[in-house]
Write a protein that binds this ligand. Structure first.
Ligand SMILES: *Cc1c(COP(=O)(O)O)cnc(C)c1O
Length: 817
């Protein structure tokens, strides 16, 4: 295997500069340097990549195919350099060439092929799989435009296209030879073969060619490189006038258009189902290509298709790829001529489903008309799965139609994807203990009663390589100095830090590192927002997708209240705060966008009011994404995790903050519960309704926020300020919709359905505790260090080991070095 050699590496950078740009290193732009360095790095990776592939073939290794509509990868270059452990040589080589690694890292676009937590989880899982030597493919879509770029203009979110491929992405490799065909529409013809068996063929269909692009996923210091395979769509035949002559002109144009549109853009919805036809096309497109390819690969080396599950597992990241179960049935029955029973058994043993949410607006339910028109053969198979399942329900619960109503796959004119995934696979997992318990006993109770053996929990995790080693080098070095570097590949070791939590010198060192990271973020804010923030103030941070259940509104209403208090009593006991937000709202989510505008309007008023002496600053960081997230987590004192209890399935942002020594201010929701279990309630600020209480209220039709409004003067004042022009003098009605959402029922939507007013006072009281605690710097440092020390459970390495043990059953493949 090729070793990293400094001189050779320098020569390669110079050579690529010549070949790609006809330039010398001295003449090059930063973007050209980024490209040339990336190509030089890729040279090293490709050897390891091929070697990994060869070893997996030699061992005939089982692989997991992680099927996901989203992979929120973040930048590759810096991460790959770290994982190659070539950091030192490469940095030296670049230094000697006069290249600034940080500057060229900044040239890389974030491949943002995901919305938020779900896509970032997929990316963390790939990192852990490679680092732990497990053979895996990530399978997804090569969107031409990833998550939009967010600009803030006059306080409003403006979406700009994210043309991440514009300059060419140096790490991808097009694999023309692995292209497959994917068919849509038409109708199903039935023939009989010589044995009298029915043969189903799709006719008059439109099809596209799925062409894979492979991206390397480099394990940490183990020579192991997995593949993220993202599919692009191309027209089957280049447009030719022959078709016109044959009268197929229309079809030829349609196929061209289909190919052009499928991979055009990532849908920017997070936890929300929109029911768009193109979205279903995207789903079937990448799933069909991935499943076809996996079966072909298996059959190249094996002759018994019945044992597919011994070498292949499909993990469905949410319901988005659920058509995989029917696609596999189709391939097994129509291409390999297996019986229904044989195909069903194989499918059942090969597919597993991860549930990511209990929120009803996120449940995928495709209209029958659309589903059957677009995927006629798949629909037949889904109908048959449903028919047989309903017989099973009736056998178990004779005469109980409520069970059918709840569990049927095809019902009321819709195909219910979660039900299909649960029935067709062998595993259903939630993503944090609380979430899995809610699935078992509330949301999916009927399924759990019928098939309890399928249900299991896999609490999410994050990769410490990106979110500490790469994102926070100062703290990473400090940790390594104290306890050695085992934590990089085994985060449980980080617990050894706990003995330093009480050590005064260590507390000071820790607080100084936090201060340096706050300075770094303050510079970023100065540069991007033009706002001066005080790095000695408390950095209180809420960064995540903008969603009502995540309750950014609770945060900003509380800031409005604090500001009122400070105005009333300028000398009141108050530790200065910098409130930092970062959030993209789905382009069509009106209320979320109104909340962004509100945050910016409040920021404008407060930041410019000299009478409060700069004690509160509010900053909205534009275009929150993986690359600036790394800087933000490192600088946070307080981690805002304030979702309405029961609504946040897990959260992973909470874990990244903890790993970086921020203290959680949160509800008992998702993985917050487990964070508190690990670190102790005395090292977190917990408030609000419990999930049981929220669910209780919901089952009783909600609560009445007007009662709170009527008795609580401060809350009334804050709400009135939403509609009296305090923050929008040019248009006092601007925030009327937000105001109404808190106080009035609206159609099917209850007043304050996320319990913001209900939790307000409890949140305020927790914020007071934050201020008190921060005055004691030693005590704060102790809590923060303990948060780092107790974060071991939240490594995605742990999560992956659990998936392997309980679901995937993979073997580690080692690479000779
Ligand atoms: C981790 C992460 C998320 C998920 O954050 P939550 O707080 O768990 O919702 C979203 N976006 C980015 C860029 C992330 O890194």
């Amino acid at each position: 295997m090729k070793e990293l050699d400094k001189e050779e590496f320098k020569k390669q950078v110079v050579d690529y500069m010549k070949v790609l740009y006809f330039r010398t290193v001295e003449e090059a732009t930063q973007q050209q340097l980024f490209q040339a360095v990336s190509y030089a790095i890729k040279d090293y990776i490709v050897d390891q990549w091929m070697e990994t592939h060869k070893r997996c073939e030699e061992e005939d290794a089982k692989r997991v195919y992680y099927l996901s509509m989203e992979f929120l990868m973040g930048r590759a270059l810096g991460n790959i350099i770290l994982n190659l452990k070539g950091n030192k040589e490469i940095r030296e080589a670049l230094d000697e060439l006069g290249i600034d690694l940080n500057a060229i890292e900044d040239q890389e676009p974030d491949p943002a092929l995901g919305n938020g937590g779900l896509g970032r989880l997929a990316a963390c899982f790939l990192d852990s799989l490679a680092t732990l030597n497990y053979p895996a493919y990530g399978c997804g879509i090569r969107y031409k435009y990833g998550m939009f770029k967010q600009k803030i203009e006059d306080g409003y979110q403006i979406e700009a296209p994210d043309n991440w491929l514009k300059e060419g992405y140096p790490f991808e490799i097009r694999r023309e030879e692995y292209a497959v065909e994917v068919k849509f529409g038409g109708h199903i013809a039935i023939h009989r073969d010589e044995t009298g068996r029915e043969i189903f063929t799709q006719e008059d269909y439109q099809s596209v060619r799925a062409v894979p692009y492979d991206l390397p996923i480099v394990g940490y210091n183990n020579g192991f490189v997995n593949t993220l395979r993202i599919w692009d769509a191309e027209a089957i035949d280049n447009f030719n006038l022959d078709s016109f002559d044959k009268g197929d002109y229309h079809k030829a144009v349609e196929q061209q258009n289909l190919a052009r549109t499928i991979c055009e853009v990532l849908y920017p919805n997070d936890n929300h189902y929109a029911g768009k036809e193109l979205r279903l096309k995207q789903q079937y497109f990448f799933v069909s290509a991935s499943v076809q390819k996996a079966v072909l690969k298996y059959m190249k080396r094996h002759d018994d298709i019945h044992k597919l599950y011994e070498k292949v597992c499909f993990q469905l990241n949410d319901t988005h790829p659920t058509v995989a179960v029917a696609e596999l049935m189709r391939i097994l029955m129509d291409d390999y001529r297996l019986s229904w029973e044989e195909a069903w058994e194989i499918t059942n043993k090969t597919c597993a489903y991860t549930n990511h949410t209990i929120m009803s607006e996120a449940l995928e339910k495709w209209p029958l008309e659309l589903f059957s028109r677009l995927l006629p053969r798949i629909y037949q198979i889904v109908e048959e799965i449903n028919r047989r399942f309903i017989i099973q329900i009736q056998e178990k619960y004779p005469g109980d139609f409520s069970k059918i109503e709840k569990m049927a796959i095809v019902y009321d004119g819709q195909v219910r994807m979660a039900n299909l995934a649960i029935v067709s696979g062998f595993s259903v997992n939630g993503v944090a203990n609380l979430h899995t318990e809610i699935l078992k006993h509330q949301q999916l109770k009927e399924f759990y009663d019928m098939m309890p053996e399928k249900f299991n929990n896999k609490t999410n995790g994050i990769t410490q390589r990106r979110f500490l080693l790469h994102g926070n080098p100062l703290l990473a070095d400090w940790v390594t100095n104290k306890i050695g570097d085992d934590w990089i590949t085994n985060l449980t070791h980080i617990n050894e830090l706990a003995i330093y939590a009480d050590d005064e010198k260590c507390q000071k060192e820790f607080m100084n590192i936090k201060y340096q990271n706050k300075l770094r973020l303050a510079e970023y804010i100065k540069k991007h927002n033009g706002i001066e923030v005080d790095p000695r103030s408390i950095f209180d941070v809420q960064v995540k997708r903008l969603h009502e259940y995540k309750r950014q509104l609770l945060n900003i209403l509380h800031i409005m209240h604090l500001y009122n208090e400070l105005k009333k009593n300028p000398t009141m006991d108050f530790y200065p705060r910098t409130f930092i937000f970062g959030a993209k709202a789905s382009a069509g989510y009106r209320r979320a966008k109104a909340i962004i505008k509100l945050i910016n309007s409040v920021a404008d008023v407060i930041n410019n009011d000299t009478s409060i002496g700069g004690k509160i600053k509010v900053v909205f960081i534009e275009n929150y994404r993986v690359s600036n997230a790394e800087i933000i987590f490192a600088a946070a004192d307080v981690s805002e995790q304030i979702s309405t209890a029961s609504k946040e399935a897990s959260g992973t942002g909470n874990m990244k903050f903890m790993l970086n020594g921020a203290i959680t201010l949160g509800t008992m929701d998702g993985a917050n519960v487990e964070i508190v279990e690990e670190v102790g309630a005395e090292n977190a600020f917990i408030f609000g309704l419990s999930s049981d209480e929220v669910i209780q209220y919901e089952q009783n039709g909600g609560y009445n926020p007007k009662e709170i409004y009527n008795i609580d003067q401060d809350i009334r004042t804050v709400l009135t300020q939403l509609v009296n022009g305090t923050y929008s003098p040019e248009n006092p009605e601007l925030f009327r919709e937000i105001y109404n959402s808190l106080l009035e029922d609206n159609g099917g939507e209850r007043a304050d359905q996320y319990f913001i007013l209900k939790d307000f006072r409890s949140y305020e009281e927790a914020q007071k505790r934050v201020g008190e605690a921060y005055k004691n710097q030693a005590g704060w440092a102790k809590s923060a260090i303990l948060n780092v020390a107790k974060s071991g459970k939240f490594s995605s390495d742990r999560t992956i080991e659990e998936y392997v043990r309980d679901i995937w059953h993979l073997d580690k493949i080692t690479i000779e070095r």
